[in-house]
Design a protein around this ligand. Sequence first.
Ligand code: NAG
Ligand code: NAG
Ligand code: NAG
Ligand code: NAG
Ligand code: NAG
Ligand code: NAG
Ligand code: NAG
Length: 433
Amino acid sequence: MASSFAWLALILGLGVTGALDYNIQANSSKLLRVLNASAPVQELKYHIDVWRNEEALVAVEATLESVIRSEIGGNWERGWLVLQLANQARTPELKEAIYSALWKELQQTTQIYDPAKILEFHEQLSLHTDVPQELLELIYRAFINRSAQLLEAPFHTRSRVATFPLVDSLVHRLTFSTLDYLRDILEALYDAVLALETPLSVVERLGNFSASLIQLAEANLQLLGREELKRADTQVQLAVQSNLRNLLAHPDFELQVPYSLQSEIYEHLPRDEQIMYTARKVCIRNVTDANSYIYECPQTYLICSNARDPKKAAYFVQRGHSNDSRQQFAFFSAFWRNRYILMEPFTATASNASHSSITKNVYSRTDINWWRVVYGNGGISLYDAATEKSVLCGGDPSYWDGEEHHVYTRHASEFSAHQTECTWSLEDCSDAA
Ligand SMILES: *[C@@H]1O[C@H](CO)[C@@H](O)[C@H](O)[C@H]1NC(C)=O
Ligand SMILES: *[C@@H]1O[C@H](CO)[C@@H](O)[C@H](O)[C@H]1NC(C)=O
Ligand SMILES: *[C@@H]1O[C@H](CO)[C@@H](O)[C@H](O)[C@H]1NC(C)=O
Ligand SMILES: *[C@@H]1O[C@H](CO)[C@@H](O)[C@H](O)[C@H]1NC(C)=O
Ligand SMILES: *[C@@H]1O[C@H](CO)[C@@H](O)[C@H](O)[C@H]1NC(C)=O
Ligand SMILES: *[C@@H]1O[C@H](CO)[C@@H](O)[C@H](O)[C@H]1NC(C)=O
Ligand SMILES: *[C@@H]1O[C@H](CO)[C@@H](O)[C@H](O)[C@H]1NC(C)=O
C-alpha cells in the first residue's frame, strides 16, 4: 500500500517538477498530460479507489493542489485549461481536488477582489455536473459578498457627482444574470449600509444609481421591504416615492420592467397616482360633489360638469411623454364617438375679448390632447401639457349656461387662489361598460 502511494506521489511529483522546472507552455504541461492522457488517468483512478483511507486522500489532494497551483503559476487564465481537463479525470475525488485547488488558487490571486471573476468561475463550474454543491455555494456566497462590498462604496460617499466605474461595470455585468443574484447582493448590501448610514441617505444614494430600470425597480422595492424603512419617517417614504416616480417617468418603463414589478411599484404610490397607472378607465369628478362628473355637455361639444353616469364619464387613460421626457396623459372616450378632452390653445384675442381670467376652451374633440397631471390638495390638477400655462377648473355657476355647466381653464398662476375650483377627484371607472 505504502509503495502504491509513493508511486502516485511520484507521478504527481513529476508533474510538480515539470511545472516548476521550465515555465512550461500549457500544452506541454506534465499535469495536463497526466490528466489528459487516458492511461495515467485510469491509473490515478485505480490508486485513489484503492486508497480509501483518509490520510492518503488528504495527501493526494494536497499534492494535486500544489501541482495545479504551480501549473497556474499566478496566471489565472491558465486555470480555464485545468478546469477543462477536469473532465478527463475519472474519479470524483480527483475532480473535486481539481475544483478545490482552482478555488484556492483564485482566492490567492488578486482576481478574488473582482466579483465578475468569481461569477465567471462559478458559471464555468456550474457547467460541470459533478461539482460538490457546498463548493458551489461557497463560491456563490463569496461572489455575493464581494459584490455587496463593491456596491457599498457609493453609499458611503458624500459627493453626489462622484462616479464609480467599477460599480457601473459590475451592475452592467449583472444584467446578464438572473435577478436572484441581484436580490442576494442587495440583501447583503443593505445589511451593511443600513447599519452605518441613515435610511434617508441610503434612499437618496439609490436615487443616483445608474442601472437598468429593472434593477432600479428591484433595488427600490427591496429597500422598501426592509424593517429599517418601515420604521422610517415620512420624509424617507417621500424620498422613495420620488425614486419610484423617476423610474415611472422613463419612456421605456412599461416596456422594460416586468408587469409584476410595475404593480408593486404602483402600490407604493398615493391612491390617485396609482389609479392613473393601473386603471384602464377613469372618471374625473368634483372633490366635494359626488354628483358632478366631467364629460361632454348636453347640447354642445364643450365639456361640462354633469350628473353621475359612469358610462358617459369613463375615459380611457393614455400615457405619453413630452419632449423633455416628462409624463403626460390623454383622456379618450369611446362613448363620446372616440373623442378626447381637449383644450384649445389660448389665443390673445380670446383672452382680451372676455376681459376675464377664465377661458371656455375645453372641448370634446377627435384630436389627441395631452395633460400634465399634478397630485396634491386631496386630488389632482390638470394642466395643459404643451405650455403648462392653463389649469382645468369648474364649478363656478356664473360661467354656466342653463343646463350646460361648462368647465373652463384659468391661468396656471391663479391655481393657488382657486384650489377648490381647480382640483379634481379621480375614480377608477375601469368597470364602466
Ligand atoms: C495549445 O494548443 C492549441 C492547439 O492545440 C493552441 O490553439 C493553443 O494556443 C496552445 N496554447 C498554448 C498556451 O500554447
Ligand atoms: C489532450 O489529448 C488530446 C487527444 O488525446 C490531444 O489532442 C490534446 O493535445 C491533449 N492536450 C494536452 C494539453 O495535452
Ligand atoms: C459572506 O459574508 C457573510 C456575512 O458577512 C459571512 O458570514 C460569510 O462567511 C461570507 N462568506 C464568504 C464565502 O465570504
Ligand atoms: C442625485 O440625485 C439628486 C436628487 O434626486 C439630484 O438632484 C442630483 O442631480 C443627482 N446627481 C446626479 C449626479 O445624478
Ligand atoms: C418639442 O420638440 C419640437 C422639435 O423637436 C419643437 O418644435 C417643439 O417646440 C418642442 N415642444 C416643446 C413643448 O418643447
Ligand atoms: C389685449 O389688448 C390690449 C389693448 O386692447 C393690448 O395692449 C394687449 O397686448 C392685449 N393682450 C394680449 C395678451 O394680446
Ligand atoms: C366643486 O364643487 C364646489 C361646490 O359646488 C365648487 O365650489 C368647486 O368649484 C367645484 N370644483 C370643481 C373642480 O368643479
